[in-house]
Design a protein around this ligand. Structure first.
Ligand code: B1M
Length: 213
């Protein structure tokens, strides 16, 4: 029986080999992906973030923890993908906004969308408004998802919404925002259609916005 605390510790220590091993063992024991993600991976990232804030660890440790989390997720993500491709709820264009390189949460949200029957066009990190607009047009997207992890990059979400308006696309696409510093109030203030604080609730919110819930 795998001790899942080891997964938490492996992420925290940035030990990607251990993270891979424990994840593999846990999946072989049919432990639910959601349990691994919500109770161990995200908790470990929250703790490393806390330690960073308290100056107990520094950027290299954040990087190592991020890499270990990504390795573990690479084994879990295929299990989140939907098998029923005929279930096509819409296209989601997603990206982390300009100036921001954090992509773990955004990737998780993208995987969850895919797993629940959406086509996902992932633009990556440091994405500017022009790129979002091009992808929305090209893919006839029903949702554009903006992620930001820094208080300094959150305001750029408003710039993307303004650019969508200027491009005449604002009525054609729902805008969803998320990321640790983003709140419901901020989402309302910048004119987004939806906010969520997790990958699961992002999908619920998207379905609600499209009336396919
Ligand atoms: Co950075 N970092 N980081 N970092 N980093 C934070 C965000 C920070 C809070 C740490 C801290 O001080 N406690 C802090 C921001 C402070 C602030 O702005 N107020 C910070 C800082 C300061 C920085 C640098 C400036 C550090 C430096 O260089 N001095 C730098 C900035 C680089 C840049 O972006 N330009 C930096 C760099 C990095 C690394 C590269 C080392 C690494 C990122 C690796 C990567 O992503 N590939 C990193 C990491 C790992 C973190 C922490 C520790 C973890 C982030 C994470 O992956 N969380 C983070 C501390 C923390 O958040 N506790 C921190 C796990 C992830 C699953 O959660 O991303 O919140 P999250 O996503 C959730 C929800 O928010 C939501 O669903 C997800 C799944 O549940 N969600 C959405 C996310 N996007 C959504 C979109 C939606 C809906 C929901 O709709 C579209």
């Amino acid at each position: 029986m795998t001790d899942l605390k080891e997964l938490y510790e492996a992420i925290l220590k940035g030990n990607h080999n251990a993270a891979l091993e424990v994840t593999k063992a846990a999946l072989a024991e049919n432990i639910q992906p959601k349990v691994l993600i919500d109770d161990y991976l995200i908790k470990a990232m929250e703790e490393i973030g806390r330690r960073f804030e308290q100056h107990k660890v520094f950027v290299p440790e954040l990087l190592m923890a991020g890499r270990a989390m990504k390795m573990s997720l690479s084994l879990i993500q295929p299990l989140l993908k939907g098998e029923n491709t005929s279930l096509m709820l819409g296209t989601v264009v997603i990206g982390t906004v300009k100036g921001d390189l954090h992509d773990i949460g955004k990737n998780l949200v993208g995987s969850m969308f895919e797993g629940c029957g959406f086509k996902v066009v992932d633009l990556g990190v440091d994405v500017d408004a022009e790129k979002f607009i091009g992808a929305v047009r090209e893919n006839n997207a029903s949702i554009v998802g903006l992620s930001a992890l820094l208080t300094t990059t959150m305001p750029y979400m408003k710039s993307v919404i303004k650019a969508l308006q200027d491009a005449g696309l604002r009525d054609k696409v729902k805008v969803m925002v998320g990321g640790a510093p983003v709140s419901e109030g901020f989402a309302r203030e910048i004119g987004a259609d939806g906010y969520s604080d997790s990958a699961n609730s992002a999908v619920v919110k998207a379905k609600e916005l499209l009336g396919v819930a």
